[in-house]
Design a protein around this ligand. Structure first.
Ligand code: TXA
Ligand code: MG
Length: 322
C-alpha cells in the first residue's frame, strides 16, 4: 500500500504504529527511500534483510530524531558531537561506539561494537521521534541494485514484501548519506555521499582520511559491485558505439551521439547537485531501454561529483551474483 504524505500527521502516525508493531515501512529521506524497521526489534530487522536479500554481515544505519536520541545509543566524542550539531539534520552518518547496555538489536550492527547513526531531514526523523526509538533502514532496494528515489521504485522492487510505503515524492538529494568514522584523531571517509568531502574538510580544518582498500572491512556494505543496473556500464565515454544507451552530463556533445538507442542528461548545465538527484532514476530509466551497455559521459569529481563517480564505479564493477 502506498500512502501519500499530503496529510503528514496521519502518514507519520500510521508509519510509527506499523513500525511499533514490528512492520516494515518504506520511508522517504532527503537522500533515498529507506526500508525501515524498529531497530530494537530483532524479528522486524531480520525481515529487512530477508526482503532485500541482503547479506547478514552488512550492518544498517539507524535513523534518529536528533542528537539527543543519538547519544542514548552511541558514544559521541566532542568532535562527533560538533559534526552532528553542524550537519544534522542532513545527509551525514557517523559511525560511533555503541552505548553499553544498548537495546539496539545486534543484527542491526551485524555484531560490531559500533553503530551508524544519522538524523535525516523530514518525515523519517519525525517518525523516529514518534516511535521514541531509532529506526533501522537501509536503502529500499533489492541488495546490490539501484537505490530508490521515488515511491514507485520501491513499489516495483519490494512492494509485495512491505506493509506500507510512505510517498514523499522525489528525494531532494538522490544519493545516500556520507558515512564517516573517527579513528583517534582522524576522520575517516567510509562512503562519499550527500555531504561533500570539501564541506566536511572545511569544517574540521583538515583532510578526511580515505581508507584505500580497507573500506571493505570498515563498512561491510561497500562492496565493489553495487547499484547494478541490468545493462553494463561504460564510464567516461567520449564517443558512442552502436546500440548503446547514453547517460550524458553537461553540454559537451559526444561523438556518434546519433547511435544512442536512448539518451538522458543528468544535468545539461553541468550542475552536480542536479546530477545527483537524477542519477538513480535515470539509471533505472535507461536500464528499461534494455541496451547491452549504458555509456556514461565523464563527470567532474569535485563536490558531490565524488559520490556520483563512486556510485557509477560500483554500478560498472563486475557483478558477484546476478
Ligand atoms: O542515505 C542513506 O544513508 C540511506 C538512507 C535510507 O538513510 N541509507 C543507506 O543505507 O544508504 P545502506 O544500508 O544502503 O548503507 C549503509 C552503509 C553500508 O555500507 C554499511 O556497511 C554501513 O553503512 N554501516 C552501517 N553500520 C556500520 C558500522 N557500524 N560500521 C561501518 N559501516 C557501517
Ligand atoms: Mg543501499
Amino acid at each position: 500500500m502506498i500512502n501519500a504524505i499530503d496529510e503528514p500527521k496521519k502518514a507519520l502516525a500510521g508509519a510509527a504504529s506499523r513500525l511499533a508493531s514490528g512492520g516494515l515501512v518504506a520511508i522517504p529521506t532527503e537522500t533515498v527511500y529507506g526500508l525501515a524497521a524498529d531497530a530494537t526489534n530483532g524479528k522486524a530487522v531480520a525481515n529487512i534483510f530477508e526482503a532485500k536479500g541482503r547479506p547478514q554481515f552488512n550492518p544498517l544505519i539507524c535513523h534518529v530524531s536528533g542528537l539527543e536520541m543519538a547519544e542514548k545509543y552511541g558514544q559521541f566524542s566532542p568532535l562527533v558531537r560538533q559534526l552532528a550539531r553542524k550537519f544534522w539534520p542532513g545527509p551525514l552518518t557517523v559511525v560511533v561506539p555503541l552505548q553499553d547496555d544498548c537495546c539496539i538489536h545486534p543484527l542491526v550492527s551485524a555484531g560490531l561494537d559500533t553503530i551508524a547513526l544519522r538524523a535525516p531531514r523530514g518525515i523519517m526523523a519525525d517518525i523516529a521521534g514518534r516511535l521514541a526509538r531509532p529506526v533501522a533502514a537501509p536503502s529500499a532496494n533489492i541488495s546490490g541494485r539501484i537505490s530508490p528515489t521515488l515511491a514507485t521504485h520501491v513499489a516495483e522492487e519490494l512492494g509485495d514484501n512491505i506493509d506500507l510505503i510512505v510517498d514523499g515524492g522525489p528525494c531532494k538529494i538522490g544519493l545516500e548519506s556520507t558515512i564517516i568514522k573517527i579513528d583517534s584523531d582522524d576522520v575517516v571517509l567510509l562512503r562519499a555521499g550527500g555531504t561533500s568531502a570539501e564541506v566536511l574538510e572545511n569544517f574540521i580544518q583538515r583532510p578526511l582520511v580515505r581508507p584505500a582498500g580497507k573500506s571493505a572491512i570498515q563498512a561491510p556494505g561497500m562492496m565493489a559491485s553495487h547499484y547494478a543496473p541490468r545493462s553494463l556500464l561504460r564510464l567516461n565515454a567520449t564517443s558512442l558505439d552502436g546500440g548503446e544507451a547514453l547517460l550524458a552530463f553537461g553540454d559537451q556533445p559526444i561523438a556518434n551521439a546519433e547511435k544512442a538507442i536512448a539518451v538522458l542528461n543528468l544535468s545539461p548545465s553541468g550542475n552536480p547537485a542536479e546530477a545527483a538527484q537524477n542519477l538513480f532514476a535515470y539509471l533505472k530509466q535507461l536500464d528499461a531501454a534494455a541496451a547491452k551497455t549504458i555509456a556514461v559521459q565523464p563527470i567532474p569529481a569535485d563536490g558531490l561529483g565524488e559520490a556520483i563517480n563512486d556510485r557509477l564505479r560500483r554500478a560498472a564493477a563486475p557483478r558477484h551474483n546476478d
